[in-house]
Design a protein around this ligand. Structure first.
Ligand code: NAD
Length: 335
């Protein structure tokens, strides 16, 4: 099979991870990385076969290039992705898709009319531990899902174009919708921090159908790195700890039980129930490897995109609702 010819635009903190997937001959997953472009030439030397393109036009005008991976700051996504789609190339773009809903919708329409793949790098869809968590929720292991509680904190990286809502909580919005299987009904926002222009510390509450309450807290000025999601059900709770190198999921056979009050059957009595703690073995592989291999398979037509433009739009819709809540002083905004 002929190799898919690709290019990478944006080779900063996250873009370098894409570059590192490719071997010394510029090959990975049945694709060949022909070009890398960035406003600043990468400090790390490129594989010998890979060319540094000094402008985007070099990539757009090369009809051999079938697909472009975009890992530039979010505020540039719309402009760059529009150019790439107009040039008739598939796109894998970092999350969040754009900073405005109308732009995300335009990109999705453009991709559809050009019959090109628009895949959004919502990396947690490709995280095996998270998929296992979803499998266990769907199998009814925790009973009825009641709450999701997430913390994403670390020292940096600091952003100037996007707040912790767009940069960090965009992950939780995607994960929550994936785990619950639907969009939230309402959102409310609270935030603060050091800069006047954007919030580095953000907390968002989301209400989902079936009385599911979800809460996400993110802070990029935090001294300790934590990436933890707790899902609680009527029977059990599961903790997903993305920082733990091997024990990604811990299952707690613990819950609150509401039993009829024997003295008054119209009332309930709450009691705690504490059972075993289990750490299941999960075959872990690098989510970015799975994500990019999937993108190439979508181009070759052997797989269907699992984080497409519509997924990107759904996340941006919730983030915009959270922005609206911020403007309303944290009021609950219905979607
Ligand atoms: N999936 C994830 O877990 C994850 C993690 C971090 C960042 N991201 C996303 O990746 C994107 C990039 O983030 P980052 O942390 O790498 O940012 P960064 O600032 O470290 O890197 C961005 C790079 O893009 C280059 N650039 C800026 N404007 C450009 C343009 N017009 N044309 C070409 N190059 C340009 C910059 O020179 C820089 O090298 C953001 O959308 C961010 O949300 C995703």
């Amino acid at each position: 099979m002929q190799k898919t010819i690709v290019a990478l635009i944006g080779c900063g903190y996250w873009g370098k991870n894409y570059l590192n997937l490719f071997n010394n001959d510029g090959v990975f997953g049945g694709a060949f990385l022909k070009y890398v472009h960035d406003l600043n030439p990468p400090t790390k030397s490129l594989p010998k076969e890979v060319t540094f393109a000094k402008d985007i036009a070099t990539i757009l005008n090369d009809s051999d290039v079938q697909a472009v991976i975009i890992a530039t700051p979010t505020k540039t996504h719309f402009d760059i992705a529009s150019q790439v789609l107009k040039a008739g190339k598939h796109v894998l773009i970092e999350k969040p898709l754009t900073l405005h809903l109308d732009e995300s919708e335009k990109l999705n329409e453009m991709a559809k009319s050009m019959r090109k793949i628009l895949m959004v790098g919502h990396i947690f869809k490709y995280n095996h531990a998270l998929r296992e968590l979803k499998r266990r929720i769907d199998a009814g292991e925790i009973g009825d899902l009641r709450y999701i509680d997430a913390r994403r904190v670390a020292l940096g990286p600091v952003r100037y174009d996007a707040s912790a809502l767009w940069d960090l909580i965009s992950h939780e919005v995607y994960i929550f919708m994936y785990l619950v299987g639907s969009a939230p009904i309402s959102v409310n926002y609270s935030g603060g921090g050091y800069m006047d222009t954007i919030d580095e510390i953000v907390s968002v509450n989301m209400k989902f159908p079936r009385k599911i309450f979800a809460s996400a807290y993110a802070n990029w000025a935090h001294p300790v790195k934590e990436r933890r999601i707790v899902v609680g059900g009527t029977k059990k709770a599961i903790v997903f700890d993305d920082v733990n190198p091997s024990e990604k999921l811990t299952i707690y056979d613990r819950s609150i039980e509401y039993l009829p009050n024997p003295n008054n059957f119209s009332e309930f009595q709450a009691g705690t129930r504490e059972g075993d703690i289990l750490i299941p073995k999960i075959n872990l592989s690098q989510p970015l490897v799975t994500e990019v291999e999937h993108f190439f398979k979508c181009i070759q037509g052997t797989e269907t995109c699992m984080s497409d433009g519509q997924d990107g739009i759904n996340v941006v819709k919730v983030l915009e609702a959270a922005e609206k809540s911020k403007k309303l002083g944290g009021a609950e905004v219905f979607l």
